[in-house]
Design a protein around this ligand. Structure first.
Ligand SMILES: *[C@@H]1O[C@H](CO)[C@@H](O)[C@H](O)[C@H]1NC(C)=O
Ligand SMILES: *[C@@H]1O[C@H](CO)[C@@H](O)[C@H](O)[C@H]1NC(C)=O
Ligand SMILES: *[C@@H]1O[C@H](CO)[C@@H](O)[C@H](O)[C@H]1NC(C)=O
Ligand SMILES: *[C@@H]1O[C@H](CO)[C@@H](O)[C@H](O)[C@H]1NC(C)=O
Length: 302
């Protein structure tokens, strides 16, 4: 039997105690780190059960606000503005130098580049300022019959194309929102109705969707002027003060909604539903209509 002196024993035990103490600190720290992560899970909004629209208000209080979007437009209740100033569109016919499409995990984004002087802008109508084009995004649903976020007299449309514009003086939607301006953003919306044949003007985007199937991907596509998608309109549209339809749901958006629907086919819609989010296939990315009662205006030409 080895002959341990008291000092030896003390050294061995002392070291063991120190090592055990250090180990316990590391384990504690590890547990704390691990548990902290579980106490405050990272929230990434989406449209699945665990992160869908009914959960957003828990993480983004503004989603519970009084001027939320989308809404059901009740055409009979809209306040008619007669002989309104025409809404004016500049440079939407100019082909950009480059167009990119993105899968951001929630939708398809279309972004483009022009020389500064040729940047597409809108002005007049209900706008007090000039607004520059920033992004187009799409909203769709699990079935061909429902996909739009806004409804008109309770009618849902197959898809909604939303053109986000940023107030002059700001470069991104986020900077416009952070400024606190109630009119930092203007979103012009187009609804789509189902047609038996493809809409060829959507094909540059639709044909390239398979290249951005995975969330976070992007690709450059052949450029085209934005007015391929739609006919610029001067009057006969709805407008109201609302919010972003996704977190952070900021109430700094003037919506302009063109009630004349564009066309899309069932086959084209199906291509959008093949995209992947972090929660599986993007079968739907529409927030349901919100029950608040903003004034809705109809800007009429006569
Ligand atoms: C706008 O015109 C319509 C029909 O011409 C009329 O009923 C309405 O009272 C007018 N509204 C205003 C605010 O002048
Ligand atoms: C829309 O639905 C609401 C609630 O279900 C109903 O009160 C209203 O009459 C409907 N409006 C139209 C134009 O169908
Ligand atoms: C676009 O995708 C490429 C990889 O293909 C990536 O390097 C780049 O960061 C992406 N751009 C943006 C703005 O997300
Ligand atoms: C939106 O709100 C602003 C004030 O913040 C107001 O001047 C404007 O008339 C409102 N527009 C509509 C369409 O309600």
């Amino acid at each position: 039997m080895p002959n341990f002196s008291f000092t030896d024993l003390f050294l061995v035990c002392g070291c063991t105690i120190v090592v055990a103490f250090l180990l316990s600190i590391i384990v504690d720290w590890g547990l704390e780190f691990f548990c902290a992560e579980h106490d405050k899970p990272f929230f990434s909004y989406g449209y699945a059960n665990h992160n869908g629209p009914h959960t957003w208000r828990n993480y983004y209080p503004e989603c519970d606000g009084k001027n939320q979007s989308p809404i059901n437009l009740m055409t009979k209740k809209a306040l008619v503005v007669n002989d309104s100033d025409d809404l004016l569109w500049f440079n939407y016919h100019i082909p950009p130098s480059c167009i990119k499409i993105f899968n951001d995990g929630q939708t398809v984004l279309v972004r483009a580049q022009w020389p500064e002087a040729l940047w597409p802008t809108i002005i007049c109508g209900p706008l007090n300022e000039q607004y520059g084009f920033h992004t187009i995004l799409f909203r769709w649903g699990p079935e061909d019959e429902e996909g739009s976020e806004h409804t008109v007299d309770n009618r849902s449309y197959a898809m909604e194309l939303q053109m986000v514009h940023v107030k002059k003086g700001f470069t991104t939607p986020l900077s416009a929102i952070r400024s606190g301006a109630k009119d930092g953003l203007v979103i012009v919306s187009f609804l789509f109705k189902l047609m038996p044949v493809d809409n060829p003007l959507l094909d540059r985007v639709v044909y390239n969707l398979w290249r951005i199937t995975s969330p976070g991907s992007n690709v450059t596509i052949p450029a085209f002027p934005l007015n391929w998608f739609f006919e610029p309109f001067c009057s006969n549209y709805y407008t109201y003060n609302g919010s972003l339809t996704h977190p952070p749901c900021s109430e700094s958006v003037l919506w302009i909604i063109q009630p004349e629907a564009l066309a899309i086919s069932s086959r084209q819609l199906a291509e959008f539903r093949k995209l992947m989010s972090h929660d599986g296939r993007m079968t739907s990315n529409s927030r349901p209509v919100q029950k608040n009662s903003q004034d809705v205006y109809f800007y009429s030409s006569n």
